[in-house]
Design a protein around this ligand. Structure first.
Ligand SMILES: C[S@@+](CC[C@H](N)C(=O)[O-])C[C@H]1O[C@@H](n2cnc3c(N)ncnc32)[C@H](O)[C@@H]1O
Length: 265
């Protein structure tokens, strides 16, 4: 999931994703089924608003800031099902799916939608990214290929616990994090801040020139090492703190009294 401040899960049902994701500053869950909404009103975290209503019009009529992530898991289109009997009290016709997709394509924020591939979705979401994955289902053959479509480029994550493809890679990253944590915690605090400054600088310059985009001269001068920098370029102590640098961060969020002295011994 991309970073977001407000998480909106329409078609929430039992909230398999909502319950397992890192909470956002504020969340909104939507379901048309009154029993589902009642359940969430009784069990919601305090930062969550529950709305009982039709997700299609609620998503269409809302005002967005751009810092939302909208996730939809609507009832699957009939054409994708092996069994044609209704699964939910409220199902959606193909026309309603088309309306929903048209609304989602106009939203000015990050959007993801999951479901089974079908001509309707493939056509409407052809310009979006799609990943396919095996999901467990209740009936034989117990697994089915589900898809997730999304409209954003993933450059950072809302929840870094899920970084990595598959369990082994995630475990490898966790082990690396533990090693770095041990090394960083044993460093004097000022040295640790120097590492933070470096990390923020690398992240800032990467965001300014993503792969494939030529480096701007300003970014190039910020990331160039003293060895290969041109004469007269501003480096080290002379340069202004970048907007994300640790220097700027700590001038705006002073550390608690004693923090630096205590850990730098
Ligand atoms: C596929 S299920 C969602 C499953 C969910 N991801 C979970 O983890 O349980 C679809 C849900 O959408 C709800 N629903 C159906 N039509 C809706 C609509 N127009 N607006 C909002 N919710 C709707 C149903 O009540 C059902 O709970």
């Amino acid at each position: 999931m991309p970073p977001h401040e407000v998480y909106i899960e329409a078609f929430v049902g039992s909230g398999a994703i909502f319950r397992n994701k890192r909470p956002a500053k504020a969340s909104i869950v939507i379901d048309i089924d009154a029993d589902v909404a009642r359940y969430w009103r009784q069990h919601r975290p305090t930062s969550t608003t529950v709305i009982c209503g039709d997700a299609r019009s609620l998503l269409r009529d809302r005002t967005y800031t751009g810092r939302e992530l909208v996730y939809c898991d609507p009832p699957y289109p009939r054409s994708t099902r092996r069994w044609q009997f209704p699964l939910y009290r409220h199902e959606m016709t193909n026309r309603q799916h088309r309306e929903l997709l048209a609304t989602l394509k106009r939203l000015p924020c990050s959007v993801m939608i999951s479901g089974y591939r079908c001509a309707l979705y493939d056509r409407a979401l052809a310009a979006w990214h799609r990943i396919d994955y095996l999901a467990s289902i209740h009936r034989p053959p117990h697994f089915a290929v589900e898809s997730l479509w999304f409209n954003y480029e993933l450059q950072a994550l809302h929840d870094w616990r899920y970084l990595g493809n598959g369990f082994r890679e995630r475990e490898r990253i966790k082990r690396k994090q533990s090693r770095w944590r041990r090394r960083l915690s044993s460093m004097p605090a000022m040295e640790r801040l120097a590492m933070l400054d470096l990390l923020l600088e690398l992240a800032t310059s990467e965001a300014a020139s993503p792969p494939g985009r030529p480096e701007s001269s300003e970014t190039a001068s910020r990331t160039r090492s003293p060895k290969n920098s041109s004469p007269g370029s501003r480096q080290g102590r002379d340069r202004d703190p970048s907007p994300h640098s640790a220097i700027r961060f700590f001038s705006e969020h002073p550390p608690p009294p004693g923090m630096l002295e205590r850990s730098s011994k």
